[in-house]
Structure formats: C-alpha cells, structure tokens
Design a protein around this ligand. Structure first.
Ligand SMILES: Nc1ncnc2c1ncn2[C@@H]1O[C@H](COP(=O)(O)OP(=O)(O)O)[C@@H](O)[C@H]1O
Ligand SMILES: O=P(O)(O)OC[C@H](O)CO
Length: 496
C-alpha cells in the first residue's frame, strides 16, 4: 500500500509513473497525442484524447510496475498549465477543444485590456503579465464563442478548469471540481495574496463565479478515484502544475533555490518561501504550492521556445535527424561564428513579453554552416535563461548559487556547459531527471503519510553531474551583447 502513481499530463504527451516509498521508479508509460492548429496562432487539444491517453498510461504503468491499484497509497496529478477547458456538469462533456497555453488567439483582447489600463491591477492581484498565455482571456473567448455558453455558465450548468481539474473531475466520476493554488495562480483570475478567486478580476473578464473549481491544498487527500476506473478506489492526494511539481521534485524547498526545466519551453522557478516577491523586471510571481494551508511562492521566468528550437532544426530545416544529434553537430565548431538565432517563433515570453516578436537568424556570412546554426540554437536556449536570471538578480531575488536542471534537453552536455558558462553559476543535473512526475508523487506521498515531510524527500535528491563555469567574463559579456542586439532586431516584427 505504499506505492504512488503520478499522472503527468504534458503539452505533447501523457505520462504515468509508479514510484515506491524510496522514490524509485517502478513503472512507466507514455503516449503522445495530437496537436491541432486550426488557424495561425491557435493550438488546441482534444479533451477526450487527454483523458483517454492519461488513463491508458495509468493502467500500463501499473502493469509495468507489476502492481494493481489496490497497492497504491495515493495518486498525484501534475499537468500542462493554463490550458483551458469548459464542460457540462451534467454529462462531463467538454463544450469545445481545450485551448492550449501556447494559443495566441486572444492577443488582441489583451492589447485592448492593456490600452484600457488594466495591466497594473492584473499584475498586482495575480503576479502575472497581461498575456494570452494565461487562462482568463481564453475562458472569456469560449464563453463568447460557444453558442449559449455564457447563459448556461450563469445558470451554473457549466464548469471551467485547467487540465488538473478536468482530470480530477473524470477520475472522481464528476464528484470533485477542484484545483490547487499553483494551478489557480496561472488563470489570471486568482488573487495570490488572499489565496482565492478575485471578484474584481472575475468582473473584468466577465467570468461567472459558478464556473470555478474549489481550491484545495497541493498536498493532501481531496477525494478518491471511481473504483471502476483502475479497479480500486485510490486517494487523490496531490495536485500541482508541471513546473511547480518539477520545483518540488528538485527539492527546491528553501528560498533562493531554483530549477530550470528544458522541455518544449523553458521554465525557471525560484522558491521565495512565504514571501510574495513582486518583480519589477517582468518576471511572474506565482504560487509554488500550498501544504497544510501554508503557501510557498516562487518567481518564474517562462520561455516559450526551448527544446522546441531543436525540434524545428530537425523537422523544419532538416539539419539533424534526431534531437540528440545537435550536440555533436554544434560541438564540431568552436563557436557560432557570429550567428545569432532569436527563437521568437511564437513571440517572446519573459522578460520581454512581446507577442509580436518573430524568429530571427542574424549574422550569416558565406562561412556560416549548419554547425554554426546548431550552435547558435543551443546558445539561444542558454541565453534566454541568462536573461531570466539577470531579471531575478535585478529584482533582488537570490543570488543564485547553483541552478538545478531537468527536462529532455538537459541531457545535452554541451548545452549545460554553455549554460554554466553564460550564467557564471554552476549547473547541477540530478540523477533523477523525471522531476515533474516525482514532484507529483512527493506531494501525494506527503499527503497520505508515506513520507513525513520535505526533509525526508529532499534526502532522495542526488547529483549526477555538475557543470562549472569556465568562460572568461569579457567573452561572456561580448556574447550577451551580441544576443541583445539580435533580440532588439526580432522585437515587434509582426506588429503590423
Ligand atoms: N539531446 C538533446 N539536445 C537538445 N534538445 C533535446 C535533446 N533531447 C531532447 N531535446 C528536446 O527536449 C524536448 C523534449 O523534452 P521533454 O522534457 O520531454 O519536453 P515536454 O515535457 O515539454 O514535452 C524536445 O523539444 C526536444 O527537442
Ligand atoms: O507541458 P510542458 O512540460 O511543455 O509545460 C508547459 C507549461 O506548464 C506551460 O506553462
């Protein structure tokens, strides 16, 4: 009875992992699902496919671990954040495709709200930059676009949720409509100071309160699964957005500790403890987790294109055959030969927040080769991260003494060395790279008493490799200066 099942519902795949009481992986399953791009800038998922792939993975992971659901002490849920769903309470049926966090369809709505002077109120209450990334304008769009939705929402017939709420609703057979404060903090409807939905913001975005889930702690039993789903009723004992879960899985429990996840995008979170650190440099203030009613906050830098740049070199340009090949190609030249790649394919996130910036390749000469472009692509991932850490420094957070790393692209040794060099701070890669699922399992395990407290789970964390900075300060400064010239060229490109 001491196994934990983590459900990790990500942007491009659903995953499930079974952990034992020592935090070791005993079973794993993963299924990719379809990405839908119905119009330029739109990104959608099929809500049913999210459920089907996630629940299938759970069953396969249990089989892989050689256990049944009866052996589970609890389930932890972690999820792609901000992605917005609207469903009918009576049937549990979604009224529209899920609008994914990357979707830019409401960028003009954000421009109008900004022009009307609402950005400061939103920043003060939610800790967020007014941007289409977050759920509020996506939900308003659904209420305005799905026929009858607004009237039905006001009558209490509909439910809104991010992916965690959608999963828990269906795991519990419609008994639970909940979210945790970390996920709620990404909706742009949640007041990070009061820890509740914000009435003024609900009015501003035109969101009926009847739509919203109840907010529960990130760790602790909030209900149980329908027995017919996995063969036994299992306590649902942890809920966290994937970046918050990874921060937990990296054991960043003390203020000043930070992790960066190099997946599709890159997300750098620094724990700020019980203190709400307001950023003057366009980082996000967000909730990390709430345990036993105590909220831990974080500063976050969100980068939209991280490992996805490598995918583009593979699929868009055909420069490499698989993501792994980029390391040898980039290492075949000593530097990028003056080539700068600004990966603003879907605009720029923190700290620029420029929805109209576009991807830019600069500094090409007759001597430029695919190796230089590959190297510039890896540098771009590291340099965007440097911009986030510099903003954190200016905000007075930290100082950062080491950066814990995870995510698919963290396997790239050259990228990790570049990151240490360009940051001037050691980069530390743990043995266990599946920190998102691990964090969800930890939250659930703490919730059901498999572990006694954060200290016990922190003891599981171990270094696999440490990358120390080796670059001279003047070379670092020159590389950063060239990068910032490139960023300026990329900004505002699609404004017209
Ligand atoms: N060796 C590598 N070097 C650089 N990028 C890589 C490497 N291996 C995988 N990636 C990138 O990492 C990403 C996958 O990481 P993952 O953590 O699974 O992402 P997500 O959870 O966002 O789907 C992809 O964008 C891929 O291009
Ligand atoms: O699904 P991932 O790992 O790309 O993470 C997505 C983030 O939660 C978006 O904010």
């Amino acid at each position: 009875m001491s196994y934990l099942l983590a459900l990790d519902q990500g942007t491009t795949s659903s995953r499930a992992m079974v952990f034992d009481a020592d935090g070791r992986v005993q079973g794993v399953a993963q299924q990719a699902f379809a990405q839908h791009f119905p119009q330029p800038g739109w990104v959608e998922h099929d809500p049913q496919e999210i459920l089907a792939t996630q629940f299938d993975c759970a069953r396969v992971a249990l089989t892989d671990a050689g256990i049944t659901a009866a052996a589970l002490a609890g389930i932890g849920i972690t999820n792609q954040r901000e992605t917005t769903l609207l469903w009918e309470r009576a049937s549990g049926r979604a009224l529209a495709p899920a609008i994914v966090w990357q979707d830019r369809r409401t960028a003009a709505d954000c421009d109008r709200l900004r022009a009307a002077g609402h950005a400061e109120l939103i920043r003060a209450r939610t800790g967020l930059e007014l941007d289409a990334y977050f759920s509020a304008t996506k939900l308003a769009w659904l209420l305005d676009s799905v026929p009858g939705a607004r009237t039905r929402a006001e009558a209490g017939e509909l439910a809104f949720g991010t992916v965690d709420s959608w999963l828990v609703w269906h795991l519990s057979g419609g008994a639970l409509h909940v979210t945790d404060p970390g996920n709620a903090a990404r909706t742009m409807l949640f007041n990070i100071h009061s820890g509740d939905w914000d009435e003024d913001l609900l009015t501003l975005f035109g969101i009926p309160r009847a739509l919203l889930p109840r907010i529960v702690d990130s760790s602790g039993v909030c209900g149980e699964t329908c027995p017919d789903l996995f063969g036994a009723a299992v306590p649902i004992a942890g809920i966290a957005g994937d970046q918050q879960a990874a921060t937990f899985g990296q054991a960043c429990f003390a203020p000043g500790m930070a992790k960066n996840t190099y997946g599709t995008g890159c997300f750098l979170l620094m724990n700020t403890g019980a203190e709400v650190v307001r950023s003057d440099n366009r980082l996000l203030t967000t909730v990390g987790w709430r345990i036993a009613g105590q909220t831990s906050y974080a500063l976050e830098g969100s980068i939209f294109m991280g490992g996805a740049i490598v995918q583009w070199l593979r699929d868009g340009l055909g420069l490499i055959r698989c993501a792994h090949d980029i390391e040898a190609l980039a290492a075949s030249v000593p530097d990028s030969g003056g080539v700068v790649l600004v990966p603003a394919f879907t605009g720029l996130g923190a700290p620029y927040w420029d929805a109209y910036a576009r991807g830019t390749l600069l500094g090409l000469t007759r001597g430029s080769s695919r190796a230089h472009i590959a190297r510039a692509a890896l540098e771009a991932i590291a340099l965007q991260t440097v911009d986030l850490v510099a903003a954190m420094d200016r905000d007075g957070a930290g100082p950062l003494t080491e950066l814990r790393v995870d995510g698919g692209a963290a396997a790239n040794n050259l990228l990790m060395q570049m990151q240490a060099d360009l940051l001037g701070v050691p980069v530390v890669r743990p043995q266990m790279l599946e920190t998102t699922a691990l964090g969800a399992a930890y939250l659930a395990g703490l919730g059901v008493g498999v572990w006694s407290g954060p200290d016990e789970v922190a003891a599981h964390w171990a270094v696999e490799r440490r990358f120390d900075p080796m670059m001279q300060a003047d070379q670092r400064a020159a590389t950063l200066a060239l990068w910032h010239r490139g960023v300026e060229r990329a900004r505002g490109w699609a404004d017209a």
